[in-house]
Structures are given as structure tokens and as C-alpha cells.
Design a binder for this molecule. Structure first.
Ligand code: HEM
Length: 385
């Protein structure tokens, strides 16, 4: 569906792919920071304090009660993989691995990641169809770089790396509520192959991650699933960040002189992830409203970002950004227990990919002449035509 840029989005789910949803988000954040959308049958958190409160509330969980896996994936290899991901789980069982992942991701040498991504970029082909090239690299390069980093493919095996990137994209697409039967079947097939991937040596960083996880009592299946999970989490969101940065450069060519700053600006002003959801595990008051077990809340990260300043009463403020962390604190990476641990990695991969595309002659202004957003209820990912 093409949305009219002169009209506000019809509802908060359509906003993620609207040409300019930000005035609408600002109005929601200021005027209706926590409300019920009767048509969508969802509670909607839009103000920064409300978004932070929901994402920190102990009764607000990442999955609906009694439904650990989306029904279309249940009883399938894709469902098995989904159920092992820390992103999709609350509770103490996943805490040890989560701690190891967070700690290891915080120690990543971003210069080394940038160099590895640039080395892959030099090998990827540029065709005469620049739009197709930009689409392909935006999705594939971050995943390929992470796969190499983790030891899921040898550093010079472009064929395996590209196949893994395609399978990760299929699995990620199958997790979407918009996935049809063909996408779900492809995602299940991809999950089978991904779970059979043998591990190569990878970097010392990846070996340390595996050793620390084993020492913390995490079994190998959970470790392997969550290594795949890093790529799944990276896939669509980082593609959106890359595409939105290319669009930004189309209107501000000088921003290419400092790509790191441009990416940081886009994370704030035109972010790739616009919302996430939470589900009530029990009856409880949230933002002063009594909610019932099973109620669903749409958490509008992109609306919170339009409100000025940091939330005054955020229960768990994010730690101060490290000086070399280009991602700083951005709402698009979430908040609270499930906040994205890959923020700095994502910003670095986006910067490396955009830099590589520009170096190979891709012109943002030409790309911006024809594009649409990929159909999505939560992500803003340009597809260049
Ligand atoms: C621009 C790119 C990215 C964006 C906007 C993004 C955004 C997010 C958001 C919003 C969440 C929290 C979801 C929720 O609370 O419901 C999340 C979780 C997560 N992200 Fe990212 N992400 C990005 C890239 C990455 C990358 C590159 C990695 C790889 C390391 C990654 C790994 C994760 C993981 C493992 C989680 C789950 C954390 C947990 O549940 O404890 N993300 N991401």
C-alpha cells in the first residue's frame, strides 16, 4: 500500500513505512503518551517516560503468555531456533548467556570490525543496476561480516557467506507477522540449514565468547542458536540503517565527509526500528492504567525519540555512552532488559557498508529518485527501485 505523504499515517503500525511519520509520532508522544487503540486492539506507549516504563515493567514480557513461539513456526525447526533466542525470552534461564553476549559485544574492537567489513566489501560485486547493488549489500554485508567474525564461514569463502546471509534473511522474514505460507516455508528450510552449520575457528573474540558461555553452563545448542541470533537481529535493522543513511546523504551530500556522524544522526532522526511489543504476563498497573493478563502493548520507540530530552522518570536510565561508541543512547535500540547489545556494532557496520558503496560509485541522489519502504509493521527499510 502506498501512503499519502500529505496525510498522517492511519495508525501507529502504518507509521513505520510512512514517508514522514515524525509529526504524527510527536503528536502521539505529547498528546496521547499511553492510550488504547481500539481498532488495533493494542495499548500504545508513545511518550518517552511511558516507553521506558513499559520496557522496564516486570509484568511486560516479550512473548504472549502461553505462546513462546509464533504459531506458524511452532513444531518446526524454525520454532526450535526461535525459542532458544535470548531476544525472545524472559526469565533467569537465559541470563547467563545474555550476560556473556553483552560483555563480549562491549569488548568488540570496532576498528577491527570495520576493517573486516571493508575487506568483504572489496570482494562483493557491483552491477550496473546500482539500486539492486545497494539493496543487496545493505542486507548482506553486515550479516556476512558477522558470520566471518563468529567463525560461521572462513574469511575468504564468499559463496558460503552469501548463502548464510540469504538464509538468515529468509529466517528473519518468516518471523514477521506479515509472512505468508511461502515465506514461512522458506524460513523453516533456512533454519534447518543454519542449525547444521559447522563452526570454523573464527576470531579470538568468537572463541572467547563460546568458552565463556560454556564456563557459565550454557549448552552448545543455545550458544549456536544465539550466534545465529546475532545475525538475525542484525539483518533487517542494519539494512534499514544503511538505506536510511543513503537517503540522508541524498539530501545532505556534505554529510558524507563524516559518515560516523551521519549514521548517528540517522539513528536519531530517521531510525530503522520504530516499535516493539510487550505482552502482560499477569494483571498489573502500567503507566497508571490497570491492564489484564494477555494484553498487548505497542511500544513506539520512534515516537519517544521525537520528544525532547531524556525521560524524566525512566526507571533504568541507559549507562553513559562510551566515548568510542558511535551509537550512543538511541531509542531505536530499545531500553531496559532487552536493550540491543549490538548498537555500536550496527553503527560501525552501517558506516563501513555506506562507505564501501560510495567508494564503488553508488550515488545516493540517484538511489533516492525511486524507492519505497519494504512492507513491515515495525522496521523502516528502504528498497531502491
Ligand atoms: C541498526 C541496527 C539495529 C537496531 C535498530 C536494533 C534494535 C534492537 C532493538 C529495538 C532491540 C530490543 C527489542 C525489544 O526490546 O523488544 C534489539 C535487541 C537485540 N539486538 Fe539489536 N538492533 C540492531 C542491530 C543489532 C546487531 C548488529 C546485533 C548483533 C550483535 C544485534 C543484537 C541484538 C540482540 C542479541 C538483541 C536481544 C537482546 C536481549 O533480548 O537481551 N542487534 N535490537
Amino acid at each position: 500500500m502506498t501512503l499519502d505523504p500529505t496525510q498522517p499515517p492511519p495508525d501507529p503500525l502504518a507509521a513505520a513505512t510512512h514517508p514522514d511519520p515524525y509529526p504524527y509520532y510527536r503528536e502521539l508522544a505529547r498528546g496521547r503518551p499511553f492510550h488504547r487503540d481500539a481498532m488495533l486492539m493494542l495499548w500504545v506507549a508513545a511518550g518517552p517516560a511511558e516507553v521506558a516504563a513499559v520496557l522496564s515493567h516486570p509484568a511486560c514480557r516479550v512473548r504472549p503468555p502461553g505462546q513462546p513461539v509464533p504459531p506458524p513456526l511452532a513444531q518446526s525447526p524454525a520454532g526450535t531456533l526461535f525459542a532458544r533466542l535470548i531476544r525472545m525470552n524472559d526469565g533467569q534461564g537465559h541470563a547467563p548467556l545474555k550476560t556473556v553476549l553483552q560483555r563480549q559485544l562491549a569488548t568488540l574492537d570496532l576498528n577491527e570490525v570495520r576493517a573486516a567489513a571493508s575487506a568483504w566489501a572489496r570482494r562483493l560485486p557491483v552491477t550496473r543496476d546500482h539500486a539492486a547493488t545497494a539493496n543487496r549489500w545493505s542486507s548482506a554485508l553486515p550479516v556476512i561480516a558477522i558470520a566471518g567474525w563468529l567463525g560461521l564461514t572462513a574469511a575468504d569463502d564468499e559463496t558460503t557467506a552469501s548463502r548464510i546471509a540469504a538464509q538468515i534473511a529468509s529466517f528473519a522474514a518468516a518471523m514477521s507477522p506479515l509472512a505468508g505460507p511461502a515465506e514461512i516455508a522458506a524460513g523453516i528450510e533456512a533454519a534447518v540449514s543454519l542449525q547444521r552449520l559447522p563452526l570454523c575457528d573464527g576470531t579470538p573474540w568468537a572463541l572467547a565468547l563460546r568458552e565463556q558461555a560454556r564456563a557459565a553452563g550454557v549448552d552448545d545448542e543455545a550458544i549456536a542458536a544465539n550466534l545465529l541470533g546475532l545475525m538475525v537481529q542484525s539483518c533487517e535493522a542494519t539494512a534499514g540503517l544503511i538505506g536510511n543513511t543513503l537517503l540522508w546523504l541524498a539530501h545532505d551530500a556534505a554529510a558524507a565527509d563524516d559518515l560516523r556522524a551521519a549514521v548517528a544522526r540517522v539513528l536519531r532522526a530517521d531510525p530503522p526500528i520504530h516499535n516493539t511489543r510487550r505482552f502482560m504476563a499477569e494483571d498489573a498497573r502500567v503507566c497508571g492504567v490497570p491492564l489484564r493478563r494477555g494484553d498487548a502493548i505497542l511500544v513506539l520507540l520512534a515516537a519517544a525519540a521525537t520528544a525532547d530530552g531524556t525521560p524524566a522518570n525512566a526507571p533504568a536510565p541507559a549507562p553513559a555512552p562510551a566515548p568510542d561508541n558511535p551509537a550512543e543512547h538511541h531509542w531505536t535500540f530499545g531500553h531496559g532488559a532487552h536493550r540491543c547489545p549490538g548498537d555500536a556494532l550496527a553503527a560501525t557496520l552501517a558506516e563501513a557498508t555506506v562507505s564501501a558503496l560510495l567508494a564503488r560509485g553508488i550515488e545516493p541522489a540517484a538511489l533516492a529518485r525511486a524507492y519505497r519502504y519494504r512492507p513491515s509493521l515495525n522496521a523502516r527499510i528502504p528498497h531502491f527501485l
